[in-house]
Design a protein around this ligand. Structure first.
Ligand SMILES: [Zn+2]
Length: 116
C-alpha cells in the first residue's frame, strides 16, 4: 500500500510504502510521551519525502540516535529517522499524520524507545 502523510499545514508531505500495519507502536520515550505519536517503522527506502526538506527542524536529544523532524511552521512531527540496530536507516512514521488512515482502530503495542 502507498500511504500519503504530512504535517498539519502541508509544508511537509511524504509517501510511505508499507503493508497495512496490524498495530501501532506507542513509544515511551520522553518526546513521544509528550507528543502522543503512534508509530510504524519502515526502511528508509520505502519512504519518499515529497515536499518539505527545508521546512523541518531536526530535533535531537539524549543519545542523539534519532532525528525527530518537526514542521517549522505548524509544529507537527510527521516522521523521525535514524539507524536501526543493524545500522540500516529506518523511518519512524507517525501514523497520526497519514491521510485517510484510522490509527485509532489499531491495537497499540508498547515500544521501549526510552531505553534506546
Ligand atoms: Zn506544517
Amino acid at each position: 500500500m502507498l500511504y500519503k502523510g504530512g504535517c498539519h499545514c502541508g509544508a511537509v508531505r511524504y509517501e510511505v510504502r508499507m503493508a497495512p500495519p496490524p498495530k501501532a507502536f506507542g513509544c515511551n520515550c520522553s518526546i513521544c510521551s509528550i507528543t502522543g505519536a503512534l508509530l510504524a517503522f519502515v526502511p528508509a527506502s520505502d519512504f519518499t519525502l515529497v515536499a518539505g526538506e527545508g521546512a523541518t527542524t531536526d530535533y535531537q536529544f539524549g543519545k542523539k540516535h534519532i532525528h525527530h523532524r518537526f514542521c517549522s511552521t505548524c509544529g507537527v512531527r510527521p516522521y523521525a529517522h535514524g539507524a536501526g540496530k543493524d545500522g540500516a536507516e529506518m523511518m519512524a512514521i507517525n501514523l497520526r499524520c497519514l491521510a485517510d488512515f484510522d490509527e485509532l482502530a489499531l491495537p497499540v503495542e508498547r515500544f521501549d524507545g526510552a531505553s534506546l
